[in-house]
Design a protein around this ligand. Structure first.
Ligand code: BG6
Length: 476
């Protein structure tokens, strides 16, 4: 495995700890070698010292086995390489053995993907068994995504390309498919008019941290909605695939993306809300506003929050609103999908003040659980109903270790399993829907609304759902 961006933040915090976990559990093939690539003129020992200092703290201390960590380090090499210099790739080629299977992990800025693939190929490093992993964000808009895809496809066939979206590696996200397609009870109900609305929230309490250089140019729409939230929407909304064949699954997700109703300028003005956090408090601690974060321009109009109402134009979902919401510096880290079923056509039972529709709540983070809100009789002499929750505690039901998303996806790459990676047409369909919204904001001169850190975002986001007599599910 050859990791471009081997000295980067993603490698240190996510990839290397995930590879260590795979190694610890015997999921790396024997004789695996990992070559980290970086621009720093380091020796191998200096790289190992970097891993020790920057990566090891991200390994769960309960999983730290000194012997396993040492044998993991033994698999590493470091190659100092300037991605723009052909001769450096020749040097890289000389440090890999011929005939072995190579996985190239491109954890660099996406504008380098094309030239890295060209140079790897020119140095004779790419063959039919090679695989390439492309980190997000894949492009800045549709044209740049297409350009990258075309360039990479000159050297790798589509089934050698793994476009990673780590949300697809999360256990609960994968479980959503089993929930939908492994339980007969949901089948008939999983559509309009039995489902009234779908909410997808990915709320983070962290701010932009040290990533402003990247983030200010990106914003929440490109960073989160274009990929993670739309992928979640696809899994909720797709038709049953004919099998678990990767293309069968991805065909169905593609159909959902293509069915998303394109937004006109009027829709954008009415159905989207952008926000930017101001100073505030989270868990009792004062935190800065976005404009005061290091490296953020004083006049930045980048959104750190997006809420929108999407519509899927097909028979299954006609008139069912999909409310999507994501933001940084929100009240707490909470990611969940809420399927709200329709109201009773008519009720003979008197309701209590909290009575509501049935809801299926799939919590992804911080804890994973699946809850079904049902109505039950309130104890007492009368016939009153109140909501109660059927709670599927997955941690309790399955005691087996749950791998972290990156670990699971890296193992998939090694084993050649493409199901949880985005295909080119899917990625481009997602950009096709998102890009007009980004352009529309510009055209409308839209500026993000302020929200204090530690809240649930701008009030307009509540108004977006309130308009249809609903509210965001926040405390469940
Ligand atoms: C990344 C985004 O893709 O996902 C980050 O670039 C974000 O901005 C992160 O913080 C969230 O991932 P998770 O797994 O912590 O929800």
């Amino acid at each position: 495995m050859i990791i471009f961006g081997g000295v980067g933040d993603l490698s240190a915090r996510k990839l290397l700890p995930a590879l260590y976990m795979a190694h610890l559990h015997g999921n790396l093939p024997p004789h695996t070698r990992i070559i980290a690539i970086g621009r720093r003129d380091w020796t191998r020992d200096e790289y190992l010292a970097f891993m020790q200092k920057q990566s090891r703290p991200f390994v769960d201390s309960k999983a730290m086995d000194v012997q396993a960590w040492e044998s993991f380090l033994a698999a590493f090499d470091y190659v100092n390489l300037d991605v723009s210099k052909a001769e450096d790739y020749v040097r890289l080629a000389s440090s890999t053995r011929p005939g072995v299977q190579r996985v190239f992990y491109l954890a660099t800025a996406p504008n380098l993907f094309a030239s890295i693939c060209d140079s790897l190929s020119a140095a004779g490093l790419v063959d039919q068994q090679s695989r390439v992993v492309l980190e997000k964000p894949l492009g800045h808009d549709l044209a740049s995504a297409q350009a990258i895809n075309t360039a990479v496809s000159q050297h790798f066939a589509e089934n050698q390309i793994y476009r990673i979206d780590h949300y697809l590696g999360k256990e609960t996200v994968q479980n959503l498919m089993v929930l939908r397609f492994g339980n007969a009870i949901f089948g008939p109900l999983w559509q309009a008019p039995y489902i009234k609305s779908v909410q997808i929230t990915v709320a983070e309490s962290v701010g932009v941290g040290s990533r402003a250089g990247f983030y200010d140019d990106t914003g929440a729409m490109r960073d989160m909605v274009q990929n993670h939230l739309l992928q979640l929407l696809c899994i909720v909304a797709m038709e049953p695939p004919v099998s678990l064949d990767p293309d069968a699954v991805r065909d169905e997700k593609l159909k959902v993306l293509r069915s998303l109703r394109p937004m006109t300028l009027t829709d954008i003005g009415r159905d989207t809300v952008r926000g930017q956090y101001k100073a505030g408090a989270i868990d009792g601690e004062t935190v800065k506003g976005y404009l005061d974060e290091t490296n953020v321009p004083q006049d930045s109009g980048t959104e750190t929050f997006v809420a929108l109402r999407a519509q899927i134009n097909n028979w299954r979902w006609a008139n069912v609103p999909f409310f999507l919401r994501t933001g940084k510096r929100l009240q707490k880290r909470q990611s969940e999908i809420v399927i709200e079923f329709s109201d009773l056509p008519f009720s003979i039972i008197p309701s209590g003040p909290r009575t509501g529709a049935n809801r299926l709540i799939i919590k992804l983070q911080p804890e994973e659980s699946i809850q079904l809100q049902m109505m039950a009789k309130e104890p007492g002499s009368g016939m009153h109903m109140q909501p109660v929750t059927l709670n599927l505690d997955l941690q309790q039901a399955f005691t087996a270790r749950r791998a972290e998303a990156y670990e699971r996806l890296l193992i998939d790459v090694i084993r050649g399993r493409l199901m949880h990676f985005m295909r080119r047409d899917e990625l481009e369909a997602a950009w096709t829907w998102v890009e007009p919204i980004l352009n529309g904001w510009k055209e409308l001169g839209d500026t993000p609304r302020n929200y204090p850190a530690g809240t649930w975002g701008p009030a307009a986001a509540s108004a977006l759902v309130a308009r249809e007599g609903m509210s965001w599910v926040e405390e469940t």
